[in-house]
Design a binder for this molecule. Sequence first.
Ligand code: MN
Length: 200
Amino acid sequence: MAFTLPALPYPTNALEPHIDARTMEIHHGKHHNAYVTNLNNAIAGKPEESLSIEEICKNISKYPVAVRNNGGGHYNHSLFWTLMAPNAGGAPTGALADAINAAFGNFEEFKTKFNAAAVGRFGSGWAWLIKDSAGKLVISSTPNQDNPLMDIAEVKGKPVLGLDVWEHAYYLHYQNRRPDYCSAWWNLVNWNEAAKRFAS
Ligand code: MN
């Protein structure tokens, strides 16, 4: 069973002005699509074809680098689209808000620390809020298309939030201003989806 490109849960212009339609068209239709195509090519005829993308990520050290890069790319982007929404942003509520306050002091401190991880990631990669095996929230970042599910990740856990800081995610609109993109992204965060991921 080959992997497929999931449809965006909103139109490509729905995240404007924070993320422009052209960036979304290229990011989803070209970049994510290429990860799916290249992942399928890398696992064609192999047992991995019957695994979920989560199962592949959890044992990524067993597979060739093409599976790590493109499988990670597919998992990360599939998650990323669902963690944004038009007319979203604001602040988390309920159990997730309580856990953020417990782990980081308060919501503003959390955002400052998450932004530091996102802006400080050298080159291409991702910033994450993850739930670790003890159920505690932790901020981390990964290079390239690695993610915290992977057995090779420095900090492992289940992603609650993920922010793509590859230049392809922001360069058309923000050019080199990654900090501006990271700040604007908070206007798009789908806290309902993040809360569901935290609770599960
Ligand atoms: Mn990307």
